[in-house]
Design a protein. Structure first.
Length: 229
């Protein structure tokens, strides 16, 4: 068997094994639902608003199953993205994509069930705390990404210029880490929700504007070089 065939076989085995393992983790809250069955209300909350009030519910028989199943499907889609990418992603980036949804499913769905069963949990603050840690992790990996069709701060004028991509994602990584730290520190305070919204808005706006400025300067530099020649 050739080296290429061996690598393809290993990649396929890794994908199947990873998909099965991560899907199992996504579904762990279902097992918790059966354990808490007698304590769960007939209508299980599926989402909470910024004010902590329940936005919508589902009947108990499907209320603790539907969301984990949907996330299993989303996880499968996310796992196939690196395989379809024209350029192989950084191995650490691939691992990050593999575990992103399983971690969210396990923690968020478990918290929803525990709160429905009677535990005093601030779901909104807990979710912000989780997302803050993810921002920090993602921020550390963004500068390591190369132009691709799957992950990173992406836009046509960013994807087509490696220099703009590198500088934009480097700054984006710093901003993600800073936002994650700010959000995590404040998540269980009254200002936590506002810090979260403002931080995300600033990350998006600054990254967007910075990338456009870089792209414009890059284009001008190319035009000046062409004119000189």
């Amino acid at each position: 068997m050739s080296d290429t065939s061996e690598k393809n076989s290993e990649k396929k085995a890794f994908s199947v094994t990873t998909c099965m393992l991560t899907s199992g983790i996504c579904l762990l809250p279902v097992a918790l639902g059966f354990v808490l069955w007698d304590k769960l209300p007939e209508q299980i909350p599926q989402q909470y608003g910024w004010n902590g009030q329940v936005n919508w519910t589902l009947p108990k028989p499907i209320g603790f199953i539907l969301c984990p199943v949907i996330l299993v499907l989303a996880n499968a889609v996310l796992l196939t993205a690196p395989l379809l990418a024209k350029k192989r992603l950084n191995r650490k980036i691939e691992l990050l994509l593999c575990w992103l949804i399983p971690v969210i499913s396990l923690i968020v769905n478990s918290l929803l069930l525990l709160k429905a069963a009677g535990m005093d949990i601030d779901i909104v603050s807990a979710v912000i705390a989780l997302l803050s840690l993810m921002f920090i992790v993602i921020g550390n990996y963004l500068p390591k990404t190369e132009p691709n069709s799957v992950v990173g701060i992406r836009a046509p004028w960013i994807n087509n210029n490696p220099d703009v991509w590198a500088k934009t994602n480097r700054l984006g990584g710093i901003l993600f880490v800073a936002a994650g730290i700010a959000c995590f520190i404040s998540c269980f305070t009254p200002a936590g929700k506002y810090v979260f919204i403002i931080s995300l808005s600033l990350v998006a706006i600054i990254s967007f504007v910075y990338s456009i400025v870089l792209a414009v300067h890059s284009r001008k530099a190319v035009q000046e070089d062409s004119a000189t020649v």
